[in-house]
Design a protein around this ligand. Sequence first.
Ligand SMILES: C[S@@+](CC[C@H](N)C(=O)[O-])C[C@H]1O[C@@H](n2cnc3c(N)ncnc32)[C@H](O)[C@@H]1O
Length: 209
Amino acid sequence: MTSQDHLTQSYDIAASQWRTKIEGLGYAAAYRWMIAACGLRTQHAHAIDVGCGTGDFSRALIEVAGPPKCLTLLDPAEQMVATATRSLTHIAPDLKPVVAGLEDAVKHPHDIILCAHVIEHFSDPCAALALLGTQLAPDGKLLLIVSKPHWCNWIIWVRWRHRMIRPTRMLEYFAQTGLSCEWDAPFLAGPPSRSSHAYLVTHQRKTPQ
Ligand SMILES: C[S@@+](CC[C@H](N)C(=O)[O-])C[C@H]1O[C@@H](n2cnc3c(N)ncnc32)[C@H](O)[C@@H]1O
């Protein structure tokens, strides 16, 4: 069994309790705050939630900005995708559940990519960012949330063995992968303010010759 298989099995087991934890610890509220702060437009948008878990980042998108034209829920953990699909089916008009990792996803230009607490599971987070770039339309927006160094995160690390990446390092990764950070911020309160950092990312603009 690969380490990815082990991780997927652990997330499958966690799926039934995940949404309760995300809400109880304040992450759902933090996701809503981020989407409002980014001023996203969802009309006509093709969106994808990479590593969707139980779909809570997507739910925040729909609640704050309205449903996108279509929404792909991508996660290698089958139980996560099934739970997310059940939770969102009545509020999202065109849902596409896909059980796969980012590395195996069919390339399609998305106007909006949501990706919360996923790239820190990759052995090379910069390679994961490059993969996200291949899924992003030329004028698309990537809403990325990544764990940062804080003692609170070591409690989570005991269970999930995830990476913690400094915002300064993330800016280096964006530059290396042809991406550009339009906005970034810590979360305002509670566990998200200690564990995570938010980024709004686009493709680097080509300067006219
Ligand atoms: C910390 S959870 C976050 C879930 C959700 N984004 C949220 O914020 O609640 C990480 C998720 O990433 C998924 N994941 C793990 N490896 C992945 C990969 N290679 N590609 C895409 N998703 C992956 C896991 O199955 C899990 O659902």
